[in-house]
Design a protein around this ligand. Structure first.
Ligand SMILES: [Zn+2]
Length: 493
């Protein structure tokens, strides 16, 4: 039996089983609150929007996704065969060409949209404490650190200066130029591990990432000769976390959390001086590419549903969780629909964004060219929070959308991806412009408890992705995308 037919039969069987299970559930005397699952009887609006055939197709997509290794194979190629994909690099360009070819093989209508991207490359990065209380004469202490994207360079043989530590911008301002000029500033804002392990990893990140982004500029404005930030993440393996820092004209780095603690402890006892060598280079801008691939809608080709992730990564690891995973699950949405011969009623657009990490040039280029069509962009989905077990979606849209999508929640319930969590912020950096223009925006909400152990470190590698969890993510994206592309009425704005 051809694999295709076998998969289809399997999904029909699964569908029958799912309906039976649903019928049994309905007989239970106690029901979860209405907001957590579909009502027992679909409302008239739900029946019109999600006729039985569509619900069957959504279940078939889910079943096929949960048995599909397409996304994992693509992620393997992106991370192990191509490797790190920083903006402006030859790997980023190679990755765009590879993804475009793969989507063409699926039969999608593909274009490479040129994007002017920055090109910053890492150089030497070493540091040591050369003066501190209790120092045994003639010794130093190594500091583990990495340059932040956008950092300026020290001279080749480095600089030596006293370190001052602050926890907040307010503390820095209070010190004033007299105490800051000529020094190396360490921002020691602590990423809250407990918050992360309690499920609020992105809240912990949001509280501290501002120092990585804007710390160097604030320090430079007061005459500092370099700025360091405590790594924004929660691992205990002395790994520095890189990331974007607004270019401030001074060297900017991230020390590990362990080294931040060390410096803070010693600085509380007395004077600490550091020798620092960071020699990154800002090279001329390069041309990169967004990959844009359409599966034309059969009824409303002008209406577009976007599924996306970003193709560029940081250079330290191989960008598996950030964000190769997002790209490959978006690719798999195209693969699943083609393999199951499901033609979307509206156009499904797969986008692999360039330059999310160092300024968002890809997203800006897309807006510049397509903004006039945003009125017909029915929805945009991005996955950029890792590859762990999906819990559902963050949704920035008209509040009535939550009710309208209850049938989709029911389909996704068995994968865990059934939560629809309203958010006030665009749930994906690359879909921000669309979201701000009123396009209903969805971000897959993954279990983020370990995401910031690896985020932007050398440990963001393929082994951190659990194949079955990647399949669940692919199922969530494909089911939601096909629902949005095929529900009778487009989502209200
Ligand atoms: Zn990312």
């Amino acid at each position: 039996m051809p694999t295709r037919l076998r998969a289809l039969l399997a999904s029909i069987l699964l569908l029958a089983f799912t309906s039976l299970a649903a019928a049994q559930t309905q007989q239970q005397p106690t029901q979860p609150p209405r907001s957590f699952m579909a009502p027992q009887q679909p409302t008239q609006a739900e029946q019109q929007n999600f006729p039985p055939l569509l619900l069957q197709q959504l279940s078939a997509i889910k079943a096929a996704a949960l048995n599909d290794d397409y996304a994992y194979r693509q992620l393997t190629h992106l991370t192990e065969n191509i490797g790190p994909r920083p903006s402006g690099s030859v790997q980023a360009r190679g990755a765009a060409e590879y993804v475009a070819d793969e989507l063409r093989k699926l039969g999608l209508d593909v274009r490479l949209q040129p994007v002017t991207v920055p090109h910053w490359v890492r150089g030497a990065e070493t540091a040591a404490l050369v003066e501190y209380p209790g120092m045994v004469p003639g010794t130093t202490q190594k500091i583990v650190l990495t340059a932040l994207g956008g950092s300026s360079s020290t001279p080749p043989d480095g600089i030596t200066a006293e370190i001052i530590t602050v926890s907040t911008f307010e503390e820095l301002t209070a010190l004033g130029r007299d105490k800051v000029a000529g020094k190396i500033v360490l921002f020691n804002a602590v990423f809250d591990k407990q918050k992360a392990s309690a499920g609020l990893a992105f809240a912990a990140y949001g509280e501290t990432v501002r120092y990585r982004g804007a710390g160097a500029k604030a320090a430079a404005d007061l005459g500092a000769v370099a700025a360091m930030v405590r790594s924004v993440g929660n691992a205990d393996y002395r790994l520095p976390h890189t990331g974007f820092s607004f270019p401030a004209g001074i060297p900017a780095g991230a020390v590990t959390t362990e080294d931040a603690d060390l410096i803070v402890h010693l600085a509380a006892e007395g004077k600490v001086r550091m020798h620092l060598t960071l020699t990154p280079q800002k090279l001329p801008d390069e041309t990169g590419y967004n990959v844009i691939a359409d599966l034309k809608g059969s009824e409303h080709p002008e209406e577009v549903v976007v599924v996306s992730g970003h193709l560029d990564s940081w250079d330290l690891g191989t960008g598996a969780i950030d964000d190769g995973a997002g790209v490959v699950i978006a690719m798999e949405t195209g693969e699943l629909l083609q393999r199951l011969h499901l033609r979307p009623a509206r156009t499904l657009r797969v986008i692999a964004w360039m330059d999310e990490e160092t300024g968002g040039a890809g997203s800006r280029a897309y807006s510049a060219e397509y903004a006039a069509e945003f009125a017909h962009h029915i929805a945009a989905i991005e996955s950029d929070s890792g590859a762990a077990h999906p819990l559902g979606f963050e949704v920035k849209a008209n509040p009535t959308v939550m009710e309208l999508l209850r049938p989709v929640q029911s389909v996704l319930l068995s994968t865990g991806a059934s939560a629809l969590q309203p958010t006030a912020f665009p749930p994906g950096a690359d879909i921000t412009a669309m979201s701000d223009a009123g396009v209903p925006a969805f971000g897959i909400l993954q279990d983020g408890r370990t995401y910031f152990n690896y985020h932007h470190t050398a440990a963001d590698t393929l082994d951190k992705v659990v194949p079955n969890e990647l399949r669940e993510n692919a199922a969530a994206m494909a089911v939601m995308a096909y629902a949005l592309a095929n529900m009778k009425e487009p989502l209200p704005r």
